[in-house]
Design a protein around this ligand. Sequence first.
Ligand code: AMP
Ligand code: MG
Length: 366
Amino acid sequence: MRRLTVLLLALAMLAGLTACGMEPADPDTAQESIQVIAMDTVMTFSVYGAKSTHAVYAAEDEVRRLEGLLSRTDPESDVSRLNAAPAGEAVTVSEDTRSLLEMARFYAMMTEGAFDCTLAPVSSAWGFTEDSFRVPSRAELDGLLEHVGWEKFQLSEEQNLTVSHDEGVEIDLGGIAKGYVTDVIAGILEENNVPRATISLGGNVLVWGDRPDGTPWRVGIQDPARADAADGYAGFLSLTDAFAVTSGSYQRYFEEGGKRYHHIIDPATGCPADSGLTSVTVVEKREKDANGNVLGSGTECDALSTALFVMGEEKALEFWRTERESRQMSFDLVLVTEDGRVVVTEGIADVFTPDETSGYAYETVS
Ligand code: AMP
Ligand code: MG
């Protein structure tokens, strides 16, 4: 069921990210497109430009390398070695793992613990790690939650790439890793002077440049209520140079006793977040400031989409308003609610097109 959903999701994203016709003689319109199955999802990389072939395969190599470091099921990965280590033992990890853990900790603090990469034992108890689903008892969850909290793992000083953790603590970077991969791929596109590309990692999308006809890329936001339909959309975003990351309760779940249990866990309860939302899409422009620093981050969008799903509509919008005022982070949101509304924040209202057939009520908030 889940794999079918993932495949359909990927197809839906492909439909949303329509790449236009190619003129192979013109390097700017030559396109290389590949599908990669990795990190438990179907990825599609469509890249234009003279170095498109080199860029797509370099992107695939990076995906495989990062999967090898961050996987929870590969016993050799950094994450598995860290999780298997006794409490307090310093484990040397790669720079990527180290910096991703640092970012995971930062977003845990920013979101007051709504994003928490130490939920691994809880996710496993629900069977999401090995696809062996079950509903754990309250007592079991309470016991596991004692070992959850971003302050329960320790990062060494900069030069030294070691990490350690408290008793019973395990790490799961599934809520942030694909976003990090899109940041790494963005670096590859930049190095190879790629003029335009679409990168889709399941719910994590990066659109680079514009379409060959000069119009923005169209990114479809899946309708959570029609997740099994390849063309069921809650709306569309017209974007250039941007990350769009969706977290949704329809992306991974199981059903037992007529109830649906999904994979985004509320750290306060240890249970699938019951926040009134069915999906959260976080959008950030990827651009450079006057000093050449990259603004916008797939990692940030990924961490926030998971965290804001846990928070629910009211808190998510409050978080958005606070960040907009402090200018610390600049992102926009599309929230789909259980009660049939699609809420769009004003920064992307002009690039959002509702799907009139969806039956949702559409609102813009400021
Ligand atoms: P995403 O699709 O980015 O929202 O990530 C969901 C994945 O992140 C789950 O499959 C878990 O591996 C992990 N996860 C679940 N709940 C949380 C949470 N509250 N904070 C961080 N990671 C989570
Ligand atoms: Mg996420």
